[in-house]
Design a protein around this ligand. Structure first.
Ligand code: SF4
Ligand code: MG
Length: 336
């Protein structure tokens, strides 16, 4: 089966200008050669700490920032080779929802005007009456009543505004929706409601989600598969259950062990505490990028870069410890 979205060797380097001539003196390697697939109807999450490149990946897929190199194959064609105008048309099929819907909702427009604008740009609906009906039904689908459609964004709560953002994304019948920290600003109880809504909409409209979040608790409830990123690289790709029951990469294990309610092995409640901070993406560590913080680090880790390789259960891991023939390092306790 062909994936709906195939990201291939994607790189996003942002130039750093310096000196009196303002020349490019270096690059922030925000995303550094990552590849993954998303299949139709799936929810795939990208998790990692802030600065790992997860939002940059979402923006690069949509070309909100032009990627440095790589391919983004979507629905049979490479988005990165489309002209600007063809790409604008394609945006019907790929939508994005951000953390703060307020920032992207024009405060001087009513909710129905906001969505009407999108419909007009994408030439959906022939008359204003037809569009109006569509807007009302869309908003009802996300739980905003018809009596509220002529209100302004400030008259709604954060959760309602996110529902409006979702309705706007849905209005063009997308195939893929990228949710970038879409529930991160909401209270926990509201988060659950919005996550449930997203799941319901997925079934109803056969949507595919790429869900970007720093919060493993959130992604656990919504994802079929999870991609873990560290410093611009993918370190692990796994189905959700295997990731939580049997995390393979030392970084994934550290992330999970930091959540008390999510200890993956009861008898090994040992907390893996990472030393130091995430290094700079301007000059990332050689070899394995995680080596400066990895409690299992070996000599070769500082020079040889591990590649993503398949382990059990279809999990993919980039770590020398999980290569064929290696001992099961997860049985070795680390004492920080
Ligand atoms: Fe740790 Fe080495 Fe594995 Fe990197 S490759 S995660 S440094 S053991
Ligand atoms: Mg982000």
């Amino acid at each position: 089966k062909q994936p709906l979205l195939e990201v291939k060797n994607l790189k996003q380097y942002f130039p750093i200008k310096g000196g009196i001539l303002g020349r490019t003196v270096n690059h922030v390697k925000a995303v550094d050669d990552i590849s993954f697939e998303v299949y139709e109807g799936e929810t795939v999450s990208i998790v990692g700490e802030s600065g790992c490149g997860k939002s940059t990946t979402g923006r690069a897929i949509l070309r909100l920032d032009e990627p440095t190199s790589g391919e983004v194959n979507f629905d049979g064609g490479n988005l990165l080779s489309l002209s600007k105008s063809k790409m604008r048309e394609k945006r019907k099929d790929l939508q994005i929802i951000f953390q703060d819907p307020y920032a992207s909702l024009n405060p001087r427009q009513t909710v129905s005007q906001i969505i009407d604008e999108v419909l007009k740009i994408q030439k959906i609906g022939t008359s204003s009456k037809e569009r109006r009906e569509r807007i009302i039904s869309l908003l009802e689908t996300v739980g905003i009543g018809s009596h509220q459609v002529d209100r302004y964004p400030h008259e709604f709560s954060g959760g309602q505004r996110q529902r409006i953002g979702i309705a706007r994304a849905l209005s063009v019948n997308p195939k893929l929706i990228i949710c970038d920290e879409a529930v991160s600003a909401l209270d926990v109880s509201i988060q659950a409601q919005v996550l449930n809504l997203l799941k319901e909409l997925q079934r109803k409209f056969q949507l595919t989600y790429l869900f970007i979040s720093h919060d493993l608790g959130v992604v656990r409830h919504i994802s079929d598969r999870i991609i873990v990123m560290y410093l611009g690289k993918i370190v692990e790709i796994s189905d959700t259950q295997s990731l939580f029951e049997n995390p393979q990469h030392p970084y994934t294990r550290a992330l999970l062990s930091a959540i008390p309610s999510m200890n993956f092995e009861e008898e090994k409640r040992e907390r893996i505490i990472l030393k130091g901070d995430v290094p700079s993406p301007i000059d990332p560590p050689k070899g394995c990028r995680f080596h400066s913080r990895c409690p299992y680090k070996m000599e070769r880790c500082a020079t040889e870069e591990p590649v993503l390789n398949s382990v059990s259960n279809g999990q993919k891991v980039a770590c020398h410890l999980t290569e064929k023939g290696a001992v099961d390092y997860t049985k070795i306790l680390v004492n920080n």
